[in-house]
Write a protein that binds this ligand. Sequence first.
Ligand code: ZN
Length: 245
Amino acid sequence: MDFALLALAPGLALGSFLNVVAARVPLRRSIVSPPSACMSCGHELSWYENVPLLSYAVLRGRCKSCGEHIALRYPAVEASAALLVAGCVWKFGLHPEALVATFFCLALVAISATDLEHRIIPNRIVIPSAAVVLAAQTAVKPSPEWAIASAGAFVFMFLLALAYPAGMGMGDVKLALLLGAMLGRTVPVAILIGVVTAMIPAVVLLARHGSAARKMGIPLGPFLAIGAVVALFAGHPLLHQYLHH
Ligand SMILES: [Zn+2]
């Protein structure tokens, strides 16, 4: 538990880095340089404007130079990265599995942020992440389970995309590779929770805007990520309950 609390600070720093990844990778810009700047006026951030969470609070969510609103996505990404890193250390202890799970969660945060912001799941994030997680899981817990679940989830999502092309993109299909590689046999839990929770805002939009709602696509990636986190932390008991009732 103490180690989990200690993990919060590096988790915040990693979240701050993920904001840079999410903002720049879809635009094919370098994640190393130039330094962080206001997206609106280009004002370069000094160190005290770049402290995770605190700066957002101190600046009251506005750029010091131009006063433009800073997207709530920035502190949200930092907070979720910190909580997930601490959660992985708490759940898996000081074990190699904690490292793999942490990497997996951070990839999910970056993917959710780019999907919400740019409406894409970049190949350059999801494919290398899936490869790293598959190799690491197979090394830490040797079994064909990870490769089989990865391929199985991919095929399932591909067929779902063929059946319902308006609802999902190929990015979601490739995301399934990553989910299966990490979650193994509990990956159906992640997909089921993801698809069902994504239907909630879809139904609300449909009720409010009628048929016009069909044009307002809802990105599926963040919902699959939520499902994946639930499956990572509670997938086995949930699957067990389901199979025995
Ligand atoms: Zn500005």
